[in-house]
Design a protein around this ligand. Sequence first.
Ligand code: AMP
Length: 394
Amino acid sequence: MFKTVKDMDLAGKTVLVRVDFNCPLQDGKVSDDNRIQAALPTIEYLVEQNAKLVLMSHLGRPKGEVNPELSLAPVAKRLGEILGRDIQMAKDCIGDEVKAQVANLNGGDILVLENLRFHKAEKKDDEAFAQQLASLADAYINDAFGAAHRAHASTHAVAKILPAAAGLLMERELVELGKLLDEPKRPFVAILGGAKVTDKIGVLKNLSKLADHILIGGGMAFTFAKLQGHEIGKSLCEKDLDLCQEIWDEANSHKAKVHLPVDVAISPEFKAMDTRNEVDIDKMPADQMGLDIGSKTIEEFSKIVSTAGTVCWNGPMGAFEMKPFDEGTLKVAQAIAASNAVSVVGGGDSAAAIRQMGLDKEITHVSTGGGASLELLEGKALPGVEVLKQTATA
Ligand code: AMP
């Protein structure tokens, strides 16, 4: 196991906290503050402990160069608005000026370091860079579940230098996602969607061993429909059909029953439409594309979800950004919210759909980590978590 922030005595100490503040920005402002909200329990706990907080994160993909458009300053500002207090912002994440700023912190103060990825060394898991980060503090807390699948200096190397533990968000994510893999209440229903089969190979393989039902929607369903001998017209289809056949065969060789859509909503083009046309999966016209699961499929999937003990959902059921192709995703979200099952939703799009509908309170756990939650469900070890386990037992 790993230690958590509550297992350490951090009163009055300077604590370097890796958070996931990779928030979307619009016109220089945070347009979605979910990731900031998710980090609040750890931040508030440390403030209560009178610790001096040094928060660090990446934002976007500056590729190792300073890019003012990807500054964390708007995030620090939003954090200040949420907490109703002043938050200090550093010009960089390492160096003498930052050290001086840290030295001036009082107990309960919060300083946000500038974007870690302005330095190439961050993504290289560079020891020297990690040493510079570590030199700012007495202890290290990793609360950035969304970045835990990466071995970067701020998620990995630094944990080997300072006394290290998991934050409260990290703990909650690992406990809730871990339950899916360890002792899921049955029947365990996994719902997979999204654009590409290849993104979900590992999850499909692993969950087919663990789940009782796998419901497949979204663009990825069409490749499998084609392998069943159906015309799929202009729908999304993977190039490597041999690989997809292998994945399909393997998924079907384990205990889970794999369900494909029996009908779909179609369109001549990838754009919003005024009317919704649906056909059975074996009647797709060659000049159309499937953009959502159809009504019969929604009914079948919802029925299976209603009997579930555990539901795990990753990926939209259709091109949900465009009406009327959002229906499958929204109705599946409603079915999950209405069920008594332990429910875990991962992945940016499915989590966004749940929040958009105001259903997040009805879900046991909405994960903040897309890639990280997928890798956990694939059965992979996350470098940012493994290093915490090692330091806990060292
Ligand atoms: P992913 O990032 O793999 O979870 O995929 C999410 C994207 O898949 C969304 O932008 C959806 O618009 C898209 N998507 C889902 N179903 C379909 C579909 N049937 N055809 C085309 N795009 C789809």
